[in-house]
Design a protein around this ligand. Structure first.
Ligand code: ADP
Ligand code: MG
Length: 413
């Protein structure tokens, strides 16, 4: 009887031990699982914070860029006007410096804007990648110096489609980085090729290279390992390339060098953007009756002076609804309007203009923070877009192209 009880207890104890061991295993696995999940959560949280930070930064910069643009536009415009009047070479030189500085400032504003990934109504035209690469390399020649050997390996590439200025800027940023990575000289190779359905540009240097830790951060805005550098080159380049439906890949070995590969989709069927895009071809323009709509007084007056000098008649409106009222009673050959305005914006105005008189062209002036597609612009009746800060010759060219002048006999055919 006692033995039976002892046996019984023995089996119970054994059973319990097995259960405890199994439980132990189970708890261990559970812990591993929880640990794994916690790590994933932390990573996701980090990513979210980063995204939020970038977005906040982007919005702030977008606002700043816009404000800067309105500052640089009149400086640039006035400097160009002055440049046309002044004959003293010394004064002319000073004015050129003012103009160039304003242009540089505007470019910086644009860079700030780029990585906010806002889609501007950017030009989209078929582009020969080899030409684009050559131009980008040529633009950086002064920085290259004697000690850097340039190798071009330009292959047969099909056209891509996009904004030539923006893409050139992206490529220039890559080339500049390559040059900066080779302070003691080396070889800079630019190559183009086709890979599957994509066109590829590779910028390779034999410079400093990057550690994996650095590589992880290089596309972050403001990340830099250089003194007096903006850290915006790659984030800008990436934003531009992504906006074109492409991507940038990096390979790098410390002390050996780096290769940046830009992949871009090929140009599809001819984009409709062309009609809207960029600066229209200048034609011998006639004096046009222009309605200029702009809420920023400095910019408004600048445009007026520029157009007046170009022999045009100018009527000013301080915002969209002011302009709409004028347009109902007066006839104009062209409406030149800012986009962002209180009460009635440029797009709404364009629609009113087209409803009242469908043949009156509308030229839209935008800053860079604009999120309009070509379709939206066409739908509202916008005929052309110019980005601020405006250049005098661009304004003339746009007006000349949009306002049909007295056609010369040979043009009639
Ligand atoms: N070709 C390269 N070789 C080595 N490091 C590079 C290269 N390109 C970029 N980098 C690294 O990425 C960082 C960010 O580049 P970028 O965004 O162009 O900013 P910046 O050139 O103003 O520093 C650089 O500071 C550098 O550390
Ligand atoms: Mg750079």
């Amino acid at each position: 009887m006692v033995r039976d009880i002892a046996d019984f207890l023995y089996w119970i104890a054994l059973g319990l031990m097995v259960v405890i061991v199994l439980l132990g295993f189970w708890v261990l696995r559970l812990k591993q699982h929880v640990g794994e999940r916690e790590r994933q959560l932390a990573a996701a949280r980090e990513q979210l914070v980063r995204t939020q930070k970038l977005r906040a930064l982007g919005e702030m910069l977008s606002g700043l860029a816009h404000a800067f643009n309105d500052v640089f536009t009149p400086i640039l415009g006035r400097a160009q006007l002055l440049g046309g009047r002044v004959t003293d070479p010394q004064l002319k030189h000073w004015i050129t410096i003012i103009e160039r500085s304003a242009m540089e400032g505007a470019k910086t504003a644009r860079r700030m804007q780029e990585f906010t990934r806002h889609r501007g109504p950017h030009r989209s035209v078929p582009l020969n990648l080899n030409t684009l690469v050559s131009e980008s390399v040529d633009a950086t020649r002064p920085r290259r110096g004697e000690s850097i050997e340039l190798v071009r390996e330009l292959g047969q590439v099909k056209n891509v489609s996009g904004d030539p200025l923006a893409l050139r800027e992206a490529l220039e940023n890559l080339v500049n980085n390559a040059i900066e990575a080779m302070p003691d000289g080396g070889t800079l190779t630019v190559a183009t090729s086709m890979d599957g359905g994509e066109a590829v540009v590779t910028v390779t240097d034999t410079g400093d290279g990057m550690t994996p830790e650095i590589q992880r951060k290089i596309f972050d805005p403001f990340f830099t390992t250089k003194e007096n550098a903006s850290g915006l080159g790659l984030s800008t380049a990436e934003a531009i390339v992504q906006r074109h439906g492409g991507q940038i890949e990096v390979e790098s070995v410390p002390d050996k060098g780096s290769a940046f590969r830009v992949r871009l989709p090929l140009a599809g069927s001819a984009p409709r953007a062309q009609k809207l895009s960029g600066v229209p071809r200048p034609r011998a323009g006639a004096a046009a009756r222009c309605l200029v709509v702009e809420d920023e007084a400095n910019v408004r007056d600048m445009i007026k002076d520029v157009l007046t000098i170009g022999g045009h008649q100018v009527t000013l409106a301080v915002d969209g609804s002011d302009a709409a009222d004028m347009f109902k009673t007066e006839t104009f050959d062209i409406v030149i309007t800012d986009l962002a305005m209180p009460r009635l914006d440029g797009l709404q105005l364009a629609r009113i203009v087209k409803n009242l008189r469908p043949h009156t062209p509308v030229l839209l002036l935008t800053g860079w923070g604009v999120t309009l597609t070509v379709d939206e612009l066409e739908e509202h009746g916008v005929d052309a877009v110019l980005a601020k800060p405006l250049r005098m010759d661009e304004i003339f060219a746009a007006v000349a192209s949009l306002v049909p002048g007295p056609t010369k006999p040979e043009e009639k055919a």
